[in-house]
Design a protein around this ligand. Structure first.
Ligand SMILES: O=C(O)[C@@H](CO)OP(=O)(O)O
Ligand SMILES: [Mn+2]
Ligand SMILES: [Mn+2]
Length: 546
């Protein structure tokens, strides 16, 4: 049990934490969909309530460097655990730098599995240096090592990014990578790109939102079925010509073939490494490779392969069984300790972010702690620039019901809008996304008051705050050839807001801006609002009490 907090007995009503996914604070109004949005409720919160800024990127959330943007996994891990752990990106980079990865059992089994079988290793993963789900340097290091260890054939299945990196940058990765492969290729080392497609079209679905994507990926990578091209570069050029305006993340699947035959379907005796380190979008394809009883789609054939993930993606479900690098051992999360302290908890989001407030929040565990209730609002299956309001109204409905029920002391939710619509690169839709969240807040906050509670309004990282790429030389917004601004689809490095909405303690409570305040300070702040001391491992609370 957490001890009683001496300075404050806790608010009478519930404590609600609202994560506005992808809502960063930028000083610039240029390309800033948040500044451009009409958002009277948020304007009022910033004008009238205590608020500070939190760091949500780089080392503050366990990324290798402060050049790394934040993302939902590291952000929600930091919020939910009150701690900063070295995250997948850093753990993998270190394991490669020290060589520990090659000494691990899993890598040895991949090599041994391929040698005893067909001799071929397949690498499937997100093909960029975004460092949110994967890094191309990790892929390259594994290919070099595989050759050194006497592997004869490697096939690479490239998921085009355009979401963590510029929206039409696929060839900036493919072309140098082909040059890298040419250098390595030799009489006894046959290495080629075998298939690919946009990350939002195939393979990388999450939270069971759309298994058809994974089915499409399976057909492409494993069965080698689909439209054939002579090379990945040719595929990207041809698909861009065929689908003008479609950005990398949404490009259709392609198969590389010679004389009508796919160069790298996955067959019995192969080894397969899924090289993403982040779990949410890696779990479904992993299940397709590992589960004997599998009913999400008809796999047609299930090759007997030696399969490994870069990390273990779900500790509870032990997915995958074999993994190259140990995930961060996230312990003593807020969910667990509130549960042990008898606090009832409610978590809600729509499908696209549901795991963020449950699985990521609880340190990448899919199980529930006692006293937790989860509610998932099914997401639309559309390009989100077509529905920028997403399920904000339904999430507000659910929260209002949960608050009014009086059953829950700590509630948490995630509004996906700023992030999911921000990722489309559509500026106007992103302003509407922010406006939809503002409307939801205007409905929820009066209910918080009525129940005698308080709310913390924050975000996990930026996105909608920067909708244009910056020209590296001029530092001005970058432009396309036709003079229009170049859309930016990725997260940002900006800090996020942390607002205390409190109409019930008579102004006793405030927030302090510690110099390095970050997302990991939120857990202790929530504990104090509930009248509890923080867990010894959690970073400092930001609450001030008069
Ligand atoms: O969509 C995703 O997978 C990432 C971006 O790669 O976004 P977020 O971290 O907000 O989930
Ligand atoms: Mn996010
Ligand atoms: Mn995002």
């Amino acid at each position: 049990m957490l001890k009683k907090f001496a300075a404050f007995a806790g608010v009478k009503g519930p404590v609600l934490t609202i994560v506005m996914d992808g809502y960063g604070l930028s000083n610039s109004e240029v390309g800033n969909a948040i500044a451009a949005a009409r958002k009277p409720t948020l304007d009022r919160l910033f004008a009238d309530y205590p608020h500070i800024q939190l760091r949500a990127h780089g080392t503050a959330v366990g990324m290798p460097s402060d050049d790394d943007m934040g993302n939902s996994e590291v952000g929600h891990n930091a919020i939910g655990s009150g701690q900063v752990y070295s995250q997948g990106a850093a753990l993998v980079a270190n394991a490669i730098a020290s060589g520990a990865i090659w000494q691990g059992e899993a890598w040895k089994q991949i090599i041994a599995g391929a040698k005893a079988g067909s001799g071929c290793i397949h690498f499937i993963g997100l093909f960029s240096d975004g460092n949110v789900h994967s890094h191309i340097d990790h892929l390259k290091a594994m290919i070099v090592r595989a050759k050194q260890e006497g592997i004869k054939a490697v096939r690479v299945h490239v998921l085009l990014d355009g979401r963590d990196v510029p929206e039409t940058s696929a060839l900036d990765y493919i072309e140098p990578f082909e040059a890298f492969l040419s250098e390595l290729r030799s009489g006894d080392f046959d290495v080629q790109i075998a298939s690919g497609g946009g990350r939002m079209k195939i393979t990388m679905d999450r939270y069971d939102a759309n298994w058809r994507m994974v089915e499409e990926g399976w057909k492409t990578h494993v069965l080698g079925e689909g439209t054939q091209y002579a090379s990945a570069a040719e595929a990207v050029k041809a698909l861009r010509a065929e689908f003008p305006g479609v950005i990398d993340q949404d490009l259709p699947a392609f198969v590389i073939a010679r004389d009508g035959k796919p160069v790298g379907p996955i067959v019995d005796g192969d080894a397969v490494v899924f090289y993403n380190f982040r779990g949410d979008r890696a779990i479904e394809i992993t299940r397709a490779f590992e589960e004997t009883d599998f009913d999400k789609f008809d796999r047609k054939r299930m090759p007997k392969v030696t399969y490994a993930g870069m990390l273990q993606y779900d500790g509870d479900l032990q997915l995958p069984k074999r993994f190259l690098v140990d995930p961060p051992a996230i312990q003593d999360t807020m969910g667990e300790w509130f549960s042990k302290s008898g606090i009832t908890q409610f978590a809600c989001s729509e499908t696209q972010k549901f795991g963020h407030v449950t699985y990521f929040w609880n340190g990448n565990r899919s199980g529930k702690f006692a006293g937790e209730t989860y509610l998932e609002v099914p997401s639309d299956r559309v390009p989100f620039e077509q529905r920028p309001w997403m399920k904000s109204a339904e999430i507000a409905d659910a929260l209002i019901d949960a608050l009014r029920s009086g059953k829950y002391q700590a509630l948490r939710c995630n509004f996906a809008n700023g992030d999911m619509v921000g990722h489309t690169g559509n500026f106007r839709a992103a302003t509407m996304a922010v406006e939809a969240v503002d409307l939801a807040l205007s409905r929820i906050l009066p209910v918080v008051d009525a129940m005698g509670g308080v709310a913390l309004v924050t975000a996990d990282h930026g996105n909608a705050d920067e909708m244009y790429e910056t020209d590296k030389k001029t530092k001005e917004p970058a432009r396309n050839k036709d003079g229009s601004f170049k859309a930016k689809t990725a997260h940002t490095l900006n800090p996020v807001p942390f607002i205390l909405y409190d109409n019930v303690t008579g102004g006793r409570l405030g927030l302090r801006q510690l110099p390095n305040a970050g997302l990991s300070n939120i857990a202790a702040t929530i504990a104090n609002l509930l009248g509890l001391e923080k867990h010894a491992k959690w970073d400092e609370s930001l609450l001030t009490v008069k």
